[in-house]
Design a binder for this molecule. Structure first.
Ligand SMILES: O=P(O)(O)OC[C@H]1O[C@H](O)[C@H](O)[C@@H](O)[C@@H]1O
Length: 547
């Protein structure tokens, strides 16, 4: 397969870019009252307004040619059908099977994975219901009141952020707490609030080999044993989710307390599996099912909608337009919803760990940009902080504004105010403010021409800053499932266009290996310091910190 920049459609886009880069969206809107209708699309409950992008109909057609030439549709079908597209780990990529509601089998190496998926969902459901109705209790027979969920990366961000996002749907009487960081401060503070007799510890680690998670689980176990729990009570209080059943059993997990997952589920795509148990415990199993349903609906849209109306595909190619032609290096997510405030951090792992790659699966180094820096924060707070740079800075930062039309809490006029800020921001970013408009504002204010010349450029907004507005009726479990799956598929589309493997994460390995080497040196001062002078000096400082 040719590299992205060698594709015919890439060359056509490059030629087109030379004139498209000079167009201003202000003019495009003025010329065409139908622009919104032409550049908006619907995917199940999600509506995408992408009219405030620096594109024409020709740009869209060329970008979709690129997607077709890169075989996005064929590879999409391959992923859903269990092809081993994660080649460096020789694995299929089947998170979509976890929410497959079609009743059809999904084959991985000729074996239908659906019976195992369904059996695990049934086990999760029974477990969640037993915890909620008090038939499963702690060692003194009391109903569980708290869950301590331990995990990191994909075994943490999804469960934590989605539980937060769906706060209004939480069940009463059971609080879910998350611990990820190996910084003892995190588990220290959380354990200090937990009642031993009624706390369930749920450890999530696909590999069952992640240092932070193992350490935090050991600490939780020691806390349990030191505060009244007995060794034989551990099975009542400690559960885990892992694909490494052997390591989990060796660690002392009771076989009945292990929820399985599979190597064809990537960590950052795993909240749909038993990794999502904290979500189900916090919200009830029906709400977890609704999250899966929403993702399934988005899967169907992604699979069947023509690329011209395919929301994840459109988002994917628009990203490529800015990254590879305009040179954008970051992409900002701006949820105008307090409960979605953690969502940018979720998409940050999803996108950056998937597409932060610089070589192809066939061994070529890339000479073009791939995944951008993903960042963001909740609106309206960001407007009073970092939006300045998006409006008037020197770098181009495409933005996704995410806005539910209904609030979870209809407080007087708050929601109209929130929405007005969201829509007003995208309008300001698009149209900007010309020097003529700025000068006209000075008229009659008694400023000299010289003073006006000095101040005016600082008040000019260039505009022409691209934004997508992503609307939904309300942030329900179903809508959130759709939203997450939409971003998963956007990332997939971009990975295919760039010719990279979006499903491995070798970039995190080196730090882990060197970290273990350093840990040995920190714990044993007789080990010779044979690294670079900086690392040696830092280790020395730590070794001597009590001197
Ligand atoms: O679930 P685990 O095996 O503990 O892995 C937790 C996380 O750590 C790794 O370093 C990866 O970068 C993540 O993709 C993964 O989700």
């Amino acid at each position: 397969m040719a590299l992205f920049t060698q594709l015919k459609s890439y060359q056509a886009l490059q030629a087109h870019f030379e004139q498209a880069k000079n167009l201003h969206m202000r003019d495009l809107f003025a010329q065409d009252p139908e622009r919104f209708n032409k550049f908006s699309a619907k995917a199940c409950g999600i509506e995408l307004d992408y009219s405030k992008n620096r594109i024409t109909e020709e740009t869209k057609a060329l970008l979709l040619d690129l997607a077709r030439e890169a075989l996005v549709e064929e590879k999409r079908d391959g992923m859903f059908a269990g092809a081993r597209i994660n080649t460096s780990e020789d694995r299929a990529v089947l998170h979509t099977a976890l929410r497959n509601k079609s009743g059809n089998p999904v084959l991985c190496d000729g074996v239908d994975v659906m019976p195992e998926v369904q059996a695990t969902l049934a086990k999760m459901k029974a477990f969640v219901n037993e915890v909620h109705n008090g038939t499963r209790t702690g060692y003194t027979g009391k109903k569980f009141t708290d869950v301590l969920a331990i995990g990191i990366g994909g075994s943490f961000l999804g469960p934590k952020i989605m539980t937060e996002a769906l706060k209004p749907y939480r069940v009463d009487g059971l609080k879910v707490h998350f611990v990820a960081n190996v910084d003892g401060a995190h588990i220290h503070d959380v354990l200090a609030t937990l009642p031993i007799e009624t706390t369930l510890v749920l450890m999530s680690s696909k590999s069952f080999g992640t240092q932070e998670t193992l350490k935090n689980t050991e600490t939780a176990k020691a806390w349990f044993l030191e505060n009244g729990g007995k060794f034989e009570d551990i099975a009542k209080h400690f559960m885990c989710v892992s694909s490494n059943i052997k390591a989990a059993t060796e660690f002392g997990m009771d076989a009945d307390n292990i929820f399985p997952m599979w190597d064809w589920v990537g960590g950052r795509y795993s909240l749909w599996s038993a990794i999502g148990l904290p979500i189900a415990l916090a919200l009830g199993f029906d709400n977890f099912e609704a999250l899966l349903d929403g993702a399934y609906e988005m899967d169907q849209h992604f699979l069947t909608a023509p690329l011209e109306e395919n929301v994840p595909a459109l988002l994917g190619v628009l990203g490529v337009w800015y990254i590879n032609f305009f040179g954008a290096q970051s992409h900002v997510l701006l949820p105008y919803d307090h409960y979605l405030r953690g969502f940018p951090a979720y998409v940050q792992q999803l996108d950056m760990e998937s597409n932060g790659k610089s070589a192809t699966p066939t061994g070529d180094y890339l000479d073009y940009a791939t995944g951008p820096v993903i960042w963001g924060g909740e609106g309206t707070n960001g407007q009073h902080a970092f939006h300045q740079l998006i409006h008037q800075g020197t770098v181009l930062i495409p933005a996704d504004f995410i806005m539910p039309l209904h609030s979870q809490h209809e407080m007087t006029n708050h929601h109209a105010m929130l929405a007005s800020n969201c829509f007003g921001q995208t309008q300001a970013l698009m149209q900007g403010k010309t020097v003529e408009q700025v000068k006209a504002e000075f008229a009659g204010k008694g400023l000299t021409d010289e003073e006006i010349e000095k101040v005016a450029p600082q008040k000019v907004f260039e505009g022409n800053k691209p934004t997508n507005t992503i609307l939904m009726e309300k942030l329900t479990p179903n809508a959130l499932g759709q939203l997450i799956a939409m971003y998963e598929h956007k990332v997939f589309v971009q990975g295919i266009i760039w010719g990279i493997n979006s499903f491995d994460q070798w970039g995190v390995e080196l730090g882990k290996v060197l970290g273990n080497d350093v840990l040995a040196k920190l714990e044993d001062s007789s080990i010779e310091l044979n690294g670079d002078s900086s690392t040696n000096a830092l280790i020395e400082k730590f070794r001597n910190r009590n001197a």
